[in-house]
Design a protein around this ligand. Structure first.
Ligand code: FMN
Length: 314
């Protein structure tokens, strides 16, 4: 799949997820078949105020290869400035604009999915960010209840210079309830000429193939199903190639991806900055005995401690 001048190694993207898609997690997913990954959303105003944490969120390294930075904000001028600074200091291959976050804390500031309700402002943001950087600019939106309104917005964003659009098929009101409606992607794909990426509820090869076929989209973005199960990318890629569903990741596979993740966190100096117990718990979802394992995590002291407890689970 190609976004502007950027060629991705495939069409399976890791979704930006706050407090999940840190550099270490992105690298684990890329090594296991994700074609591309975005940072979690980075506050553009915080970048303008030289906030250290936000700069770190936007950082990458050679292990990752090409990557994207997602920014959020409410002002064309500040978002354009922040995008320019990030392009110069962090060298992303793509800048993505968050226009889908449903969190009341973000919406209150006029950012995230609130921008969908001010289409002209969002269009102006896209135009200004596109002018301020040389890399392709993409936008991640949710949907309106009315399909034609979603298509109209997508088309406005294409005209403003967006190089691709990702669509999470839920309204902002729905947050994460109900099911994603991929009809919006299908209609957008019929209307637009830029790549369209479908997002929402993709958790196995069969459904991934169905969404690709139904929508005609160019790529798929996977979020929650990849938390603690980075092998999902290679399983879906294998299904798309062969039509055969691979068995879900077993305890040994989960253990090895957890171990790799924890070691990378340490190598990148991120292990003290995240909640190790909560992050490690993702890797045990659905495994027998995982509940007591998660309880036993509350007092973990070190990465070695976590790995030896996971060994006992398998
Ligand atoms: C913990 C969490 C954090 C998220 N953070 C972001 C974010 O920073 N930016 C964004 O555009 N979407 C964010 N999302 C939404 C996901 O990118 C994705 O659109 C959504 O989870 C639907 O995809 P899925 O069904 O594959 O999970 C987040 C979702 C979750 C569960």
């Amino acid at each position: 799949m190609q976004i502007g001048k950027v060629r991705l190694g495939g069409n399976l993207l890791l979704a930006p997820m706050a407090e999940v898609t840190n550099l270490a997690y992105r690298v684990v997913c890329r090594r296991r078949g994700a074609s591309f990954a975005f940072t979690e959303m980075v506050n553009s105003d915080a970048i303008l105020h030289s906030n250290r944490k936000s700069y770190q969120m936007a950082s990458s390294c050679a292990d990752e290869g090409i990557f994207g930075i997602q920014i959020f904000g409410n002002s064309p001028v500040s978002m354009a400035k922040a995008a320019g600074i990030l392009e110069n200091t962090r060298s992303p291959s793509i800048i993505d604009i968050n226009a889908g976050c449903p969190s009341p804390r973000i919406r209150k500031t006029g950012a995230g999915s609130m921008l969908m309700e001010k289409a002209d402002l969002l269009e102006n943001i896209v135009r200004c960010v596109v002018e301020s950087v040389t890399v392709p600019v993409t936008v991640k939106i949710r949907v309106f209840r009315d399909v034609s309104q979603t298509v109209e917005l997508a088309s406005q964003l294409e005209n403003a210079g967006a190089s691709a659009i990702t669509v999470h098929g839920r309204t902002a009101m729905q947050q994460y309830s109900g099911v994603a409606d991929h009809l919006h992607v299908r209609r957008i794909k019929e209307e637009l000429s830029i790549p369209v990426i479908a997002n929402g509820d993709i958790s196995d090869g069969a459904f991934a193939a169905q969404v690709l076929e139904y929508t005609g989209c160019d790529g798929l973005m996977i979020g929650r199903a990849a938390m603690g199960d980075p092998d999902i990318f290679s399983r879906i890629a294998a299904f798309l190639e062969s039509g055969v569903e691979s068995p879900p990741a077993d305890c040994d596979q989960r253990k090895s991806s957890l171990e790799e993740y924890l070691k990378l966190l340490e190598a990148y100096g991120l292990d003290k900055k995240i909640n190790l117990a909560a992050n490690s718990a993702w890797f045990t979802r659905g495994l027998a005995g995982s509940r007591s394992f998660r309880k036993s995590f509350q007092d973990v002291k070190s990465i070695d401690d976590i790995i030896s407890r996971m060994e006992m689970l398998c």
